[in-house]
Ligand binder design. Sequence first.
Ligand code: ZN
Length: 114
Amino acid sequence: MARGLFCRCPACGKGHLFRAFIKVADTCDVCGEDLHHQRADDAPPYFTMMVVGHIVIPALVIVERVWHPEIWLQLAFWVPMTFALTLGLLQPIKGAIVGLQWALRMHGFATHQQ
Ligand SMILES: [Zn+2]
């Protein structure tokens, strides 16, 4: 999972896990591990929303209670912050999920390991 979190191949830790932002490469470019077996599906956005929500909502409530900023200021800060955190965390979280599936030999990963 840690290798996936750093967007690296779960088998060797060196090859690139993604060929595009959240498109998993078919095979590792270093060790040749088949990565197309991954079935992350809706799990990465689900966990990303859960993590981002648990960061943004408490922080927003704390800022509101302590400083009472104007609504436009809250929106001007928290909306871009939500987008940035979502885009920043989606790929590592997907990588970690693919790494978990690889480690548990799910969805066909088992047939290609020793
Ligand atoms: Zn590899």
